[in-house]
Design a protein around this ligand. Sequence first.
Ligand code: NA7
Length: 542
Amino acid sequence: AEALKARDVDAVVIGGGFSGLYATKRLVDIGLEVRSFDAADDVGGVWTWNRYPGARTDSLHEAYQFSFDREFATSWAYSNIHPTQPEVLAYLNRFADHFGLRKHYTLSTRVESAVFDEASARWVITTDGGETVTAKYFVTGMGLVSAPILPNVPGVESFRGEVHHTSRWPQHEVDFSGKRVAVIGTGSSGVQIISAIAGDVSELTIFQRTPNWVPPTGHRPVTAEERTGIVANYDEIWRRVRQHPAGWPWEAAGRLALETDPAEREAIFEEAWRRGGFSMLYETFDDLFTDKAANDVICEWMASKIASIVHDPATAAKLTPSHPYGAKRPPAADGYLEAFNQEHVRLVDIRETPITHFTERGIATSDGEYEVDIIVMATGFDAITGAFTRMDIRGIGGKSLNEHWQDGPKTYLGVAVSGFPNMFMVAGPQSPFANLPPGAQEQGNWIADLIVHMRQQGIELVQTTVESEEEWTKHLTEVAEALVTRYGLEANSWFAGANIEGKPRAFNVYFGGANVHADLCDAEAADGYPHFEKVSSMATIS
Ligand code: NA7
């Protein structure tokens, strides 16, 4: 069947997760011939890779899906309020099946390069399967966190036990029972797997570089009433999602921490902590991002919570972050802090005692060797830009995207890049940090609408302008610097490219709100795409 797939198509899409699947669907809907690729052996995007114990989204069940097809969206429901990895993967598979998307995909195939050929005004895409495909439109949906990184210390190949990166988890179950296990990294993946396996292992050693604020998830089954509510309140849920800065089905809290009486504040924090997940950040007070003093109040409260849960004061102190809440992507996990009260769980602060190298038996730090059977790398990703910079993408004049982004990404609205005509990104660099599926749907629709517009107007190519890119990058940077997200630079946040030595320090995501971004995208379309140059043939583009 593969051999029958066309080598010259209207559009190539990279990615089989939320972004790529939806873009594929929309482009097929408007009548394009589409070839889509994914390196994984099945559709599902990051959810095919992140199979580690405890993996789940922090997004809420009713909004962690697409809304465009009411019947499809209400024909089933997730079973837990924060859907688990197997359920999200099942949803994406069902989505691909229901809309007949699989036939467009070439799986287990990594796109290695995408080069714009000026003579033919087409994108030339080559894969690690040795195939070359040409297309008029090139659309990426490669994921924000899909290019994994390992610690920058030597010797991992000499370790005799098992090593797994959370996002390259094996298909088979890893048996942790009775094993001595090391987990490196305490981001979202680290805290999830630590909570999930702490009770099974004989020894658990956690290597922490930067502590995180980790509220519980409030994980529980979706109630029968909530299930009915998804159908009954469908329009209201999605109206809220569209209007919320992070794409949650929530309203603003409508109150400020600094204007609330301390006793009432405590009660609000306590209740949000009980509800778990992003409630602490988005359902308590509206000034946490904008006002460092307000953020200090919630951090102080969470610090006392850590001290009340973790028995050993020295461990509690090490687990307490110094950065504002929201300056790094905040994780959530149930029983994470409690795990440190177990005799067999210990915390190694690698700022005090850095990892020097891996050994045959385990991990060596400046303070000695830790012998283990399994090492879990929960060390994260070359986030946001890594999927792009690990490929060879070239636009007009052979200019490489890597070069264009050497000081950090530059895009217009996170969707388009100057000098890279007819290339569109879903959830690309500089797009909003928010609940992903609704954003992927917005952007997929927007791209399809633009292509329809091009066809109606006889436009062959569009590219955004250098000025538009500068304008968006400037605005995005000003927003990030006005909020507590500015502390992300010091806190190793991948929001700011600061989790990797040598990576350009630049804000990679938009913190001005998914709602604001969607409004800007809508206006851009309504105004006839003023931030784009439109050409009817290659001769007029420069
Ligand atoms: P994250 O959030 O980037 O977390 C990675 C963790 O690994 C974090 O604690 C890092 O410390 C730590 N890390 C990274 N490099 C090293 C080295 N060299 N040595 C020790 N520790 C290291 O990735 P996740 O997979 O947890 O989550 C990614 C996103 O996926 C998540 O936010 C959700 O949106 C879904 P650091 O904080 O950088 O000092």
